[in-house]
Write a protein that binds this ligand. Structure first.
Ligand code: NAD
Length: 290
């Protein structure tokens, strides 16, 4: 417990519902302590009904900022003063910065994924990647990857409401960036095989592989994964999903979702405090070393 909190400390929030299970308060406060910066991070149970008042509270109480999670990531955008291009494109914000009363919305999920690849020396700029999924995580990754200079992105998803939403986002990205994004029905396994074979990275951004779908994988035929492919999974619990197990057996380099989570948090810390997060220290403190 920190016992040095004085009147100069600033509050950073996390507004979501439900939220008590989140690892973020522990992770963020561990980092602030290590960096010796005067911030405290607390989780607040804020649902969509309470969100407008909670945003007013950021301004009134002078919070330094806030993280935002479900169910507020889309709704929050309308209450902010400025949005980054990634938030404009995706329509989702997970981070608010309060700069003298001006609230700016960021999305650090995609930033975290791209940084994870960079830290692992995986170069995707000017290249092609394939993504399984079209929900919040997939959308953040697709948008950030397109803005950062990935040349082609193929998204595979089942035909649900996420599919329709990401089709609209793909259209915007195709009009406004150099990236070509296409969306294909997940049932088309021949196309999936072909798109993966042309890609440098495959990313699972669905919940398939974690509870209640732990032990399941959207790819069951190992021959769909060439050994020079990098296979990533946004899931971090379990550390090694069925997909990552299959990929590892094929000789592929694999990365689980811990890096994405840590680096998205690091991006938030940079925004709020200007400091670089001590990632290796956090991994050790949080027991994230594999
Ligand atoms: P979401 O609910 O917004 O999207 C879920 C996606 O999975 C949708 O595209 C849906 O069509 C697809 N899907 C669900 N069930 C499926 C099935 N049986 N077969 C095929 N597709 C299916 O969820 P999200 O927020 O995008 O999260 C997706 C995953 O990413 C989760 O496992 C989550 O834990 C993880 N995640 C990790 C991080 C990180 O920092 N590592 C951040 C966000 C999300």
């Amino acid at each position: 417990m920190r016992n040095n909190i004085d009147g100069h400390f600033l509050l950073i929030g996390l507004m979501a519902y439900p939220i008590r299970h989140s690892l973020s308060p522990q992770m963020q406060n561990t980092i602030y302590s290590k960096l010796k910066v005067p911030y405290v991070y607390l989780a607040f149970e804020v649902d969509q009904k309470k969100l407008p008042d909670a945003i007013k509270g950021i301004r009134a109480l002078g919070l330094r900022g806030s993280a935002v999670s479900m169910p507020n990531k889309q709704l929050v955008c309308q209450y902010l003063d400025k949005l980054t291009p990634a938030v404009e494109m995706s329509g989702a914000c997970n981070t608010i910065s309060n700069d003298n009363g001006v609230l700016t919305g960021y999305n650090t999920d995609g930033m975290g994924y791209m940084r994870m690849l960079k830290e692992a020396n995986i170069d995707v700029i000017g290249k092609k990647i394939t993504i399984l999924g079209a929900g919040g995580a997939a959308t953040a990754i697709v948008v950030q990857a397109a803005l950062d200079g990935v040349k082609e992105i193929t998204v595979f998803n089942q035909k649900d409401e996420c599919y329709t939403k990401i089709e609209a986002i793909a259209k915007k990205l195709n009009q406004n960036t150099q990236c070509h994004v296409r969306v294909i029905d997940l049932v088309d396994k021949d196309k999936l095989r072909k798109e993966i074979s042309d890609s440098v990275v495959l990313c699972n951004a669905t919940g398939v592989g974690m509870k209640p779908l732990e032990g399941k994988s959207l790819i069951t035929d190992p021959t769909m994964l060439p050994p020079d492919l990098v296979v990533t999974d946004c899931i971090y619990s379990p550390r090694k999903t069925k997909l990552l197990e299959i990929a590892e057996q094929q000789g592929c380099k694999i990365l689980n979702g811990i890096g994405m989570m840590l680096w998205q948090g690091a991006a938030q810390i940079k925004i709020w405090t200007g400091e670089d997060a001590p990632i290796d220290y956090v991994k050790e403190q949080m027991g994230f070393n594999d």
